[in-house]
Design a protein around this ligand. Structure first.
Ligand code: ADP
Ligand code: MG
Length: 509
C-alpha cells in the first residue's frame, strides 16, 4: 500500500484545517493563561496557613488531577441536562472545552506555582517587610516575579501538553484539528494521509509557540545578562544629577526628648524554649549600640522583634515615645507598619532582590511608599545613595554580579533610601570574606559619625568597641552587661560580669 501524497499535500491548502488551527491555538492559549491564573490562586490557597483555604484548594488539586480530562469534558458538556440554565454556555462545545481544560490545567499549574513560590527564600519576604511593603506589594514586586522565573520552564511544558490535550475536545464535536481530520477520513477512508497531516499541523503549532515561549524565557533569564560597569565619565554624569537623601537624623539627646527605642520586658519563646527573658533596653536618639554574645543567646531574635519580623509574647516596644509593638495583644498593623518605615534593617545574608539591579533594589521602597515625587527623583536619590556606599559604577548590575561586600553595601543603601531614624544590623559582615569586612564596616562607621541611631549585632569586637556608645552582651536570653566601651576596657572593672565580657571578647587581662 502506498500513501496518496497528492491528497496529503492538498490538506495544507484546506481552509477547514486553518480554521481548526485557529481554534486549537485560541483554545490552548486561553486555557493556559486562565489555568495559570486560577492555578496561582489555588497554589496560594494551598500554601495558606488557614485551614479553610488550604483544605478546599488541596481537594481541588487532588480531584482534578485524578479525573481524566475526557471525563471532565463529557461531564461539563452534559451539565445542562442537570442544570438547564447552564445550557447557554456549557452547551457550546468551545466553552465546555475551555472550562474543562482550565479547571484541569489549574490543578497542574497550582503545583507548578507552588514549587515556584516555595523556591523564593524567606529572607526575600522579610526584606520586603523590613521596608514596610505590604503583603500584596511583596507578592507583586518580590515573590511573584521570582516564582514565575522558576516555574516558567514547567509552564512552557504545560502549554505544549495543552495543545495536544485540546485534541480530546473532538469528543464533544468541536471542529479542532483532530475532529476536522476525522470528519474527512470517515468520508474518504484515507486515514493515514489525513492523520499524518493532522500530526504535521500539531508539530507546527507546538514548534512555533514553543519557540516563542522559550525566547520569552531566555529574555527573563537574569543570570545570563552581561554585567554592566559604568565608566568614570558616566559616573560623573550621574553624580551631577544625583539628589541628596538626608537621613532624618534627629538631634542628639535633647533634654526631655523621648528615647528612640524603649524595650520593656520583652519575652519570646519558641515552643518551650524561652529565647528572650524579659529584656529591657533603652536607646537614645543618636546612640550606637553593639550587641555581642555567644551564638544562640537571642541576639538575632531580639533585633528581629524590633521591626516585627518576630512576634513578641509579652512586653512592649515604644518608638520615639509612641506606642509601637505590644506583646500578647492583637497588634495594630497600621501602627506597626508606620513604625517599620522609620527603622531600616540590614541582614546577615543581604537579602537583595535578585531580579532587580542594584539601582532598582534601592528605588523599590521609596517608589512603593510614594516617597519621591517622581520616578526620576527616586532614581536620582538612589544614585546618590549608591554613590555614598561607593557603588555608583555598579548601579546597573544585578546582585549576583556583585561581591558579597558590594551586595551588603547595596543593602545598606536600600535601607537608607527610606530615610530611617534607626538602623538595625544583624551581623552585617559575618557572611563576608575577611577582605570585604572593612568596606562594610566603614559605611556603618560613617553613619555612626553622622549621628544615626543604630543597633548592631556583631562579632567584630574591635569595631564594637570603637564605634559604639554602649556594648550590650547577651547571654541565655538576658542582657548580661550593658556598658560603654570605656568601662569594658577599664582594667579596674573586674566584677564577675565584666570579667565574663572581657573573656568573651578575648580581652581577659
Ligand atoms: P543568636 O543570634 O544570638 O545566635 P538567635 O536569636 O538566632 O541567637 O537564636 C536564639 C535561640 O532561639 C536559639 O537557641 C535558636 O535555636 C532559637 N531559635 C531562633 N529562631 C528560631 C525559630 N524560628 N524557631 C525555633 N527556635 C528558634
Ligand atoms: Mg544571630
Amino acid at each position: 500500500m502506498s500513501l496518496d501524497w497528492e491528497y496529503f499535500f492538498s490538506l495544507f491548502t484546506m481552509s477547514a484545517f486553518y480554521h481548526a488551527c485557529v481554534t486549537v491555538i485560541v483554545l490552548s492559549t486561553l486555557s493556559w493563561a486562565l489555568g495559570a491564573v486560577l492555578g496561582f490562586v489555588v497554589a496560594c490557597g494551598k500554601l495558606s496557613t488557614k485551614k479553610w483555604l488550604s483544605l478546599p484548594t488541596s481537594l481541588f488539586v487532588w480531584f482534578f488531577r485524578s479525573v481524566p480530562l475526557l471525563v471532565v469534558l463529557v461531564f461539563v458538556y452534559n451539565m445542562p441536562q442537570l442544570f438547564p440554565s447552564t445550557g447557554a454556555y456549557l452547551g457550546v462545545p468551545f466553552i465546555a472545552g475551555l472550562v474543562s481544560l482550565v479547571v484541569t490545567e489549574a490543578a497542574y499549574m497550582a503545583e507548578i506555582h507552588r514549587s515556584g513560590l516555595l523556591s523564593v527564600a524567606k529572607g526575600q519576604r522579610e526584606a520586603g517587610h523590613a521596608l514596610s511593603i505590604g503583603f500584596l506589594g511583596v507578592q507583586r514586586m518580590i515573590v511573584i516575579p521570582q516564582a514565575i522565573r522558576v516555574s516558567m520552564p514547567a509552564m512552557i511544558n504545560e502549554f505544549v501538553t495543552i495543545i495536544k490535550l485540546s485534541s480530546l475536545v473532538s469528543a464533544i464535536s468541536l471542529p479542532e484539528l483532530l475532529q476536522t481530520g476525522q470528519r474527512l477520513y470517515s468520508q474518504n477512508f484515507l486515514v493515514m494521509e489525513t492523520l499524518l497531516a493532522v500530526a504535521v499541523y500539531y508539530v507546527a503549532i507546538v514548534t512555533i509557540f514553543g519557540s516563542v515561549l522559550h525566547w520569552a524565557e531566555k529574555k527573563m533569564d537574569i543570570p545570563s545578562r552581561a554585567p554592566e560597569t559604568l565608566s568614570t565619565k558616566q559616573c560623573e554624569n550621574l553624580r551631577s544629577q544625583a539628589i541628596a537623601v538626608s537621613n532624618a537624623v534627629l538631634p542628639k539627646v535633647e533634654k526631655g526628648a523621648p528615647n528612640a527605642l524603649e524595650l520593656q520586658g520583652i519575652t519570646k519563646s519558641y515552643g518551650r524554649h524561652q529565647v528572650l527573658k524579659s529584656i529591657d533596653l533603652k536607646v537614645k536618639p543618636g546612640e550606637v549600640l553593639s550587641i555581642i554574645g555567644p551564638s544562640g543567646s537571642g541576639k538575632t531574635t531580639l533585633i528581629r522583634t524590633i521591626n516585627d519580623l518576630e512576634n513578641i509574647d509579652g512586653g512592649e516596644i515604644v518608638l520615639y515615645g509612641e506606642d509601637y509593638i505590644k506583646g500578647g495583644t492583637i497588634s495594630n498593623k497600621r501602627r506597626i507598619r508606620e513604625g517599620i518605615k522609620r527603622i531600616g534593617m540590614v541582614f546577615q545574608s543581604f537579602n537583595l532582590f535578585p531580579h532587580k539591579t542594584a539601582l532598582q533594589n534601592v528605588m523599590m521602597a521609596p517608589r512603593y511608599h510614594g516617597k519621591a515625587a517622581s520616578y526620576d527623583d527616586a532614581k536620582k536619590q538612589a544614585l546618590f545613595l549608591l554613590d555614598r556606599v561607593g557603588l555608583l559604577a555598579h548601579a546597573n548590575k544585578y546582585p549576583h554580579q556583585l561581591s558579597g561586600g558590594q551586595q551588603q553595601r547595596v543593602a545598606i543603601a536600600r535601607s537608607l533610601a527610606m530615610s530611617p531614624d534607626i538602623m538595625l544590623f544583624d551581623e552585617p559582615t559575618s557572611a563576608l570574606d575577611p577582605e570585604m569586612v572593612g568596606e562594610v564596616l566603614k559605611v556603618i562607621q560613617d553613619l555612626a559619625k553622622e549621628g544615626m541611631t543604630m543597633i548592631i549585632v556583631t562579632h567584630e569586637m574591635d569595631f564594637a568597641l570603637s564605634v559604639s556608645d554602649r556594648v550590650i552582651m547577651m547571654e541565655n536570653g538576658v542582657v548580661a552587661i550593658d556598658a560603654p566601651p570605656s568601662d569594658i576596657l577599664n582594667q579596674e572593672n573586674d566584677s564577675q560580669s565584666f570579667e565574663r565580657v572581657k573573656e568573651f571578647m578575648g580581652r581577659a587581662a
